[in-house]
Ligand binder design. Structure first.
Ligand SMILES: C[S@@+](CC[C@H](N)C(=O)[O-])C[C@H]1O[C@@H](n2cnc3c(N)ncnc32)[C@H](O)[C@@H]1O
Length: 278
């Protein structure tokens, strides 16, 4: 299987580029850019994560969970999984003209999430080099801690490592490809004593092969769960569609859904000590 870096190279220049909206003070531009291509993976992933959290609680006999979100951005998975909100609620809250979440008053953003009664039996630590986004999510209380490092290029500090200990589950949406096995290895190593599970959605055509390989070094077994495959977003242009379908064909990834629906899908991978998950 081709490494994520090779896959990234094969669609470079045609894959839609969202990077300009990743590291802003406020999330509005992020939501506008993602709604434009009907980005929905955090919403589609929510019931899958909830199912896995319930399995994990039963197997490990735990109620309070510590979740590490790799590529946490503005705390979107945390907001969805700690409340009854869905992604459309967030799109509306941020994008509605004259809506309640303006670019001026952080206190209104805090109140918005506080009024939705964020549950505190699930707490989140975010990992994302987009430090403004992570700061936003932390200051609203969506994330308990944030690691604003690019772990593709450097090791964790001792302080960052201590934020990752006692983790229960690592999750990720929309980030595999930016984050490769290097990041997952560093994050897992720092949290390995509690043997967390890993649940990640990898957009096609990004391969998870190398991530699964490093998780095997930590004695985790990775399963691709076909029935949990989900829509990520629409193709942004015909050129992007062509490049992604070409890369998928080259890698032998089945593309029936992409060919017929106009959407790009993400595969779901679940890693756990043998016999524990599913
Ligand atoms: C498409 S967004 C997904 C955000 C969120 N998980 C969601 O699904 O809405 C991709 C995120 O990956 C982050 N990212 C880019 N490079 C990264 C890296 N090396 N490690 C972790 N996150 C990274 C970006 O800053 C951005 O927040």
């Amino acid at each position: 299987m081709a490494p994520a870096r090779t896959v990234r190279g094969s669609i470079k220049g045609t894959k839609h580029d969202f990077t300009a909206v990743y590291n802003r003070k406020w999330p509005h531009s992020y939501f506008r850019a993602h709604l434009a291509v009907d980005y929905m993976i955090p919403d589609r992933a929510k019931p899958v994560f909830e199912r896995i959290f319930a399995d994990y609680r039963r197997v490990r006999k735990k109620t309070r969970l510590k979740i590490i979100d790799v590529g946490c951005s503005y705390g979107i998975n945390a907001a969805l999984l700690r409340s009854e909100l869905d992604l459309d609620d967030l799109y509306a809250a941020y994008l509605e003209p004259n809506g309640s979440l303006s670019r001026r008053k952080e206190v209104e953003h805090c109140a918005f999430f506080r009024d939705r009664g964020l549950r505190d039996d699930i707490h989140f630590v975010g990992v994302d080099p987009s430090f403004r986004a992570v700061r936003y999510a932390q200051s609203l209380g969506l994330l308990e801690a944030g690691i604003t490092a690019d772990l593709e290029t450097r090791n964790l500090t001792l302080e960052e490592c201590s934020a990752l200990v006692d983790a229960d589950i690592l999750i990720s949406t929309g980030c595999v490809g930016y984050a490769t096995e290097r990041t997952f290895a560093r994050v897992y190593e720092a949290s390995a004593t509690s043997r967390p599970w890993v649940v990640a959605f990898a957009m096609h055509p990004f391969s998870y092969h190398q991530v699964a390989a490093i998780l095997r070094d930590f004695a985790l077994e990775t399963k691709l769960v076909d029935r949990f495959r989900q829509r990520q977003r629409r193709f942004s242009t015909p050129e992007e569609r062509q490049a992604i379908l070409k890369a998928m064909a080259k890698l032998g990834i089945e593309d029936r859904l992409e060919r017929t629906t106009g959407y790009i899908y993400a595969s779901c991978y679940i890693s756990a000590p043998p016999g524990e998950a599913l």
